[in-house]
Design a protein around this ligand. Structure first.
Ligand code: DGL
Length: 263
């Protein structure tokens, strides 16, 4: 039994989509969320810089005593997860994998769409995953240009968001994609917009965060790291930005955690 918190890290607010799944799947675990905030968005930054930022963040969470860290950011995972695993061989680390595998298994049209940041799409991790599972399947990718900025400024429910998402998805829908993978943890906050756009079509939008929560649970069991059954969980929020941003993290986590629209 181990009552130390599980660390959850993202460039900003996006990792809260993973945080809420972790909270749901692991109600006995304390969670320490770090949303960088100061350097967000990461999506168009050079790989080396993202790696440096990811290291700084994971160093911080481990120094705070986290027993396991979830890198709830596809961009940071793609740039740094191998490096982080070497740096922390004794701490289990969970990264984001683009959900290309389930998409390829379930597609009927043979066309799968992936939305992610520019940096994730040109990364080795994505290329490897697409090559492994996408054989014989057309994988159409598009960067979610402006999506992160919309979420970071609470503009998900605006005509501008609708326009921006419609533009990014047009190509993959035209090609006949029937599975669309959300390859950035900010994007599930735009779920109501995605759902409106694909309404009436036989298209599934895949949010990988429940699978990440399941993987975290498995690793806690494997390493004997579960919290004691009588442990009251705590939820803390930290940032490299300012106090106002920290408050936004907390507010968004709890505002969206239980609403069906946010699922
Ligand atoms: N939420 C992040 C991801 O999953 C990063 C977005 C960004 O900072 O550009 O890729």
């Amino acid at each position: 039994m181990d009552n130390r918190p599980v660390g959850v890290y993202d460039s900003g607010l996006g990792g809260l989509t993973v945080w809420r799944e972790l909270r749901r799947a692991l109600p006995g675990e304390s969670l320490l969320y770090l949303g960088d905030g100061k350097n967000c968005p990461y999506g168009a930054r050079p790989r080396e810089e993202v790696r440096r930022l990811a290291c700084q963040a994971v160093d911080y969470l481990i120094a705070q005593g986290c027993k396991l860290v979830v890198v709830a950011c596809n961009t940071a995972t793609a740039a740094a997860i191998d490096f982080l695993r070497e740096r922390y061989p004794d701490i289990p680390l969970v990264g984001m994998e683009p959900a290309v595998k389930p998409a390829c298994l379930h597609t009927r049209s043979g066309v799968v769409g992936v939305l992610a940041t520019e940096r994730s799409l040109d990364g080795e991790l994505f290329r490897r995953t697409a090559a492994r599972y996408g054989r014989g399947i057309e994988v159409v990718t598009a960067p979610g240009k402006g999506f992160v900025e919309l979420v970071e400024s609470d503009r998900e429910a605006t005509p501008e968001a609708e326009e921006c998402v419609r533009r990014a998805m047009a190509g993959m829908l035209e090609r006949g994609a029937d599975q669309i993978v959300l390859g950035c943890t900010h994007y599930p906050f735009l779920m109501p917009v995605f759902e409106r756009i694909v309404a009436g079509r036989d298209v599934t939008i895949i949010d990988p965060s429940p699978a990440v929560a399941r993987r975290t649970a498995q690793l806690l069991d494997q390493y004997g790291l579960r919290a004691a059954p009588d442990h009251p969980p705590t939820y803390e929020f930290r940032t490299f930005a300012d106090e106002a941003y920290r408050e936004r993290l907390r507010a968004k986590a709890f505002a969206d955690a239980d609403t069906p629209a946010a699922r």
